[in-house]
Ligand binder design. Structure first.
Ligand SMILES: NC(=O)c1ccc[n+]([C@@H]2O[C@H](COP(=O)([O-])OP(=O)(O)OC[C@H]3O[C@@H](n4cnc5c(N)ncnc54)[C@H](O)[C@@H]3O)[C@@H](O)[C@H]2O)c1
Length: 386
């Protein structure tokens, strides 16, 4: 069995999730021909790298990601740094000849995602993008049911991604709220997942029209960078800065098949905690999935049309990679598990075996749709997505 030495760049939430995923692979797939080992971490914030090292078997900790890439013993790299670094680091990982697992949205724009895709193609390394909701067994089942015609011909769909990490006015002005570091806010952060789910279930996008909004235009300035940090807005010592990018987006999306979809995302939706859902309607039924009940798929299928019941179907062995986690139906998997599945496909691809990755082509397609949403908001026009 070959050991793959992995480096993680960005020791925040996702850095830890990637590291845990690598470490859990052997528990779920003991016969993998390649076994990853988290051997290095790089983070610009020293305590973040040190905490990561304590949690994940004491890998070598670097302050500068370039030092990690210069380490010839590192074979593959997870890029879990903020969006504005994806392009520079992603291209450098490929040019260093290392395999790349990079978080969505892969940069700030389609141009950034394209630059990473081209560098990966030129280097001939394996690359995987963090569109992990594809890997939920219930979503895999929904895709299979749609492809089999169980809901008839798809007619329309809705992807909704609502959460509240940005709902508090005291949530600090981190990289997420600046165009040059966070790109287009909730578009890259959440709508990217919605676009990917729509593409995964229904195929390519042809055109779209969209509107966006900023709900909280000013936030307190602070060093704190965490996803869920909150500051006391009554603290007289705080200063405030402008939010530059979108809290909310709603897009009407025409798929290449002609199916109309709505993609809606809100990072500051009070009362909504990671309420991510997708539903697809067809001439004979529907499938509906909600991230917070990940092991359940609502399905209506048959020949009854009006008054046709909708049932809840529990995930079971045979749905995606469910069988690697649980032996029988109805045992829900969690968020981290989706990343374990993603890591599995990444490692399979590195081992030269068939793998179902979200690729950099998928990242470019998603980013192209997100750019089109911004253009459509600015122009008030439908925008072609090719
Ligand atoms: N797939 C998903 O479901 C999902 C969920 C959350 C975040 N993400 C993505 O993961 C990425 C990171 O998000 P997060 O929530 O973990 O953010 P985070 O703020 O928790 O962590 C980012 C880390 O990067 C570090 N960093 C900043 N500059 C750096 C540099 N120059 N070199 C090395 N490290 C640096 C920060 O210090 C921090 O520790 C983002 O691109 C985000 O879109 C994906």
């Amino acid at each position: 069995m070959e050991t793959l030495r992995v480096g993680v760049i960005g020791a925040g939430w996702m850095g830890h999730v990637h590291a845990r995923a690598f470490q859990r692979l052997a528990q779920h797939w003991p016969d993998l021909p390649v076994r990853p080992m988290v051997a290095a971490v790089a983070d610009a914030v020293g305590p973040a790298a040190e905490a990561f090292a304590r949690s994940h078997g004491d890998p070598t900790a670097y302050a500068d990601w370039r030092e990690l890439l210069a380490d010839p013993t590192i074979d593959a790299v997870s890029v879990t740094a903020p969006n504005f670094l994806h392009r520079e680091i992603g291209v450098a990982v490929a040019e260093a000849g290392k395999h790349l697992w990079i978080e969505k949205p892969v940069g700030l724009s389609a141009a950034d995602a394209t630059a990473v895709r081209d560098a990966v193609a030129a280097a001939g390394v394996v690359a995987c993008v963090g569109f992990n909701y594809r890997h939920v067994p219930a979503v895999a089942r929904a895709r299979r049911l749609i492809a089999e015609g169980a809901i008839g011909t798809p007619t329309h769909a809705h992807a909704q991604l609502f959460t509240d990490y940005a709902a508090h006015p005291g949530s600090p002005l981190s990289w997420r709220y600046a165009v040059d570091r966070g790109g287009h806010g909730v578009l890259g952060d959440l709508a990217s997942h919605g676009v990917d789910l729509l593409r995964f279930l229904l195929g390519d996008i042809q055109a779209l029209t969209a509107q966006t909004a900023i709900h909280i235009p000013r936030r307190p300035v602070a060093e704190t960078q965490g996803h869920y940090a909150v500051l006391d807005v009554d603290d007289p010592g705080l200063s405030f800065g402008e939010v530059e990018n979108e809290d909310y987006v709603v897009a009407l999306v025409r798929m290449a098949s002609g199916v109309l979809s709505v993609c809606e995302a809100d990072r500051g939706a009070v009362g909504e905690q990671n309420n991510y859902a997708v539903e697809v309607h067809g001439t004979k039924g529907l499938v509906r999935w909600d991230f917070r009940r990940p092991g359940e798929l609502q399905v209506s299928a048959g020949e009854q049309y009006a008054n046709q019941p909708t049932s809840t179907v529990f995930s079971e062995p045979g749905d995606g990679e469910y069988a690697a986690f649980q032996p029988g139906a109805g045992l829900a998997m969690g968020y981290d598990d989706t990343k374990v599945v993603e890591a599995h496909h990444f490692i399979l691809a590195i081992a030269g075996q068939p793998a179902e990755l979200a690729t950099l082509d998928d990242a470019v397609a998603s980013a192209t749709a997100l750019d089109a949403m911004v253009t459509s908001h600015q122009t008030g026009q439908w925008v072609s997505v090719s």
